[in-house]
Design a protein. Structure first.
Length: 195
């Protein structure tokens, strides 16, 4: 019985050593070919030029699978830096900003009323039926004006307020020096009175 166990152990050890040695031999003789094949396959999929740091093939790192590890991979656009595209992008962003400002002004004019006698703004339900960016900027502007701040309230807080207004999950809140309350389907924004 001891002989049989010894024989099985020797056989398993021999097979393990054979696999280990054959793995080293395969890695030694074929790693460069595998690395080049992987790089060529990546290059075929990309339209830009690649710059590689180190490429390493291993049978043991991700056992039982073989792996190719690439470090410091950089992809460069073949055309290089395109100043015309950058200028076009900047002009498109400026144009989009002008359009948004137009709709913010329109939203403030048509859907927000300033009641001089009470020194507050009343925002209709339609005020909040605009795009998120228009509502965000319109509300920020009113809170900044009404709260007499030189800087706007934090964007995160404005977004949270907008969510609460949409879900009708609040009745009164303060933000940016303003007292904001929901009355029926309207929002009333007045200057926060501090004692």
């Amino acid at each position: 019985m001891k002989q049989l166990i010894k024989r099985i152990f020797q056989t398993l050890l021999g097979i393990s050593l054979l696999l280990l040695i054959s793995g080293f031999v395969i890695t030694y003789f074929f790693s460069e070919k595998v690395e080049k094949t992987v790089i060529n396959k990546i290059q075929e999929q990309m339209t830009s030029e690649l710059q590689l740091g180190d490429v390493a093939f291993s049978l043991y790192e991700k056992l039982p699978s073989a792996s190719v590890k690439i470090t410091d991979l950089l992809a460069f656009e073949k055309e290089g830096f395109d100043k015309k595209k950058l200028i076009l992008t900047i002009n498109n962003l400026k144009d989009a900003d002008r359009s948004i400002r137009f709709y913010v002004d329109k939203n403030l004019k048509n859907n927000a009323i300033f009641v001089k006698s009470k020194n507050n703004y009343i925002l209709s339900q339609i005020f909040f039926e605009q795009s998120h960016e228009v509502v965000f900027r319109s509300l920020t502007k009113i809170i900044q004006i009404q709260g007499t701040k030189h800087y706007p309230a934090r964007g995160k807080n404005i977004n949270n307020l907008i969510k609460k207004i949409y879900t009708k999950s609040f009745s009164k809140v303060t933000l940016g020096g303003c007292f904001i309350e929901m009355v029926n389907d309207s929002i009333i924004i007045s200057k926060e009175i501090k004692y």
